[in-house]
Design a protein around this ligand. Sequence first.
Ligand code: SAH
Length: 381
Amino acid sequence: MVARLVSAPFTRFLYQKWKGFSREVSSRELVRRARGAATVMTALTPPSAVKRVLLVVAMEQEVRPLVQRFGLEQIQPSPFLRGAPFVAWMGEVEGLVLHVVWCGRDPRFGNVNNVATTAASVCLYAAVAAFGAPDLCISAGTAGGFASSGARVGDVYLSSKCVFHSRRIPDAAGHLEEYGFGHYRSPPLGKLASHIGVKTGVVSTSDSLDAVPMDLELMRSEGTSIKEMEAAAVAWVCQTLSVPFVALKSVTDIVDGPRATREEFEANLEAASLVLQVKTDALLRAVAGTLLAQWANDGSRTAPAAPAAPAAPAAPAAPAAPAARRATDGTDGTTTTATNNSAPPPAAEAPRAIPTVVDSSSSSVAMSIGPDGQSFEVLRV
Ligand code: SAH
């Protein structure tokens, strides 16, 4: 609501004022960061096949379809410390050992889901401590999407990197400022995105469902496609523990669209969770037993020009992105549009066709999954 009341020039003023605290980044610092990024890239795609995957999910509405689809067994007694609200399931998918953890509920506030960063990061840490480090960790859930970067309700995204947009820590050296953003890179998985029919983009995290003008400004400066409340927190834990990490997010609402976020989110939560279920299944079957490096971008990566942003009340006009930020983390922030029938998978198995019906000016979706459990239609209503 605040976003709707504050003008774009005022937002720019706030942003410039905030940026004014930080300094220009020296070329030596840029080289140091580039070296760091190269080291991180090696850790992103370890030379061992994916045999164990850990999914962390914030909401019961998101996790139930996954538990059901994969026939998972709840791990009992709870593997977590007494009092921890987290719930864990385990199963097997295509030879993969799959652990799924849900952040549970908070009885102090009407048993709401433990959404947002604190619960997600502690839950993931506790799960790794209990089950050991997986070959891949996925923050799976629903999210807001930016129409200005091509997102539509019912789309699913894989993260190219995750950032925080509400950790503003200006400092003279610029280290804390960039630490605040985080810049957690996901393995390059463009071929995987094409294979399973999802898009890729920057995922931006904060503890709020809404966004104040400066949040929107910072998300734009990072080329954000997806806004949600857990991914970067989980990514930080994964980076710290050297666990490859990617976010898989299904769009419930359009951040720079005309509908109120909560209303749109609630209207689409069930359908988007079903789309998430189908894409999670496709992802797990694809990566099972493969090297993540096999799913890197293959040169066919396309970065279509984002369609012009429709005039939307919640979105202030985007200024030019701050050049320093793009230059320091080594990513280009582009969004890759995936198709269902492009690159073949590296695994021996034939690619599975997952038809996705996408078209729409409308912002509500319904899902219909075919009798094979794989094909589905996203119906825009
Ligand atoms: N109504 C819910 C809480 C929703 S919080 C309840 O009662 O439990 C929103 C959740 O969906 C978070 O887990 C967040 O990651 C995701 N999400 C969906 N759309 C979002 C958006 N536009 N901004 C931020 N998070 C969003």
